[in-house]
Design a protein. Structure first.
Length: 131
């Protein structure tokens, strides 16, 4: 009798439809937006540094110009980080969330500046060799 009950339950489970797909999770979606904004800023810096790396320009000048030109991408990243932080700390003030966003972006900005200068130098050297 017990095995018949188990068989009946298993048959009923097999006949059930699969559960509906899980909806988007705010944290996962927020992380994707932060990653996309980070990539957009880095791509902007890379592309702009290559445009500004002329034979007459210094690498630091090209990097500075790239950071100025890509300031809107940086601001978008700060905003995404602020929103992402708000998911985990909804009771924090807007000013605090903005400070978290600025601090987080500043943490990677130094590395990106170094990479941007390296990109400018490399692009300049490649351009000089080609000409």
């Amino acid at each position: 009798m017990r095995s018949a009950a188990v068989l009946l339950v298993l048959t009923a489970l097999a006949a059930c439809e699969s559960p509906p797909p899980r909806g988007p999770v705010a944290g996962v979606e927020g992380r994707k937006r932060v990653d996309a904004a980070t990539a957009a800023w880095a791509d902007c810096l890379d592309t702009t540094a290559k445009k500004l790396a002329t034979p007459e320009a210094q690498a630091a000048e090209a990097a500075d110009g790239a950071f100025k030109a890509c300031a809107p991408k940086r601001a978008a990243l700060v905003d995404e980080v602020r929103r992402f932080h708000r998911l985990g700390a909804p009771n924090e003030t807007a000013a605090y969330n903005l400070a978290v966003g600025e601090s987080s972006v500043a943490g990677i900005e130094l590395d990106l500046r170094s990479q941007t200068e390296i990109t400018a130098v490399s692009w300049k050297l490649d351009h000089d060799k080609a000409n």
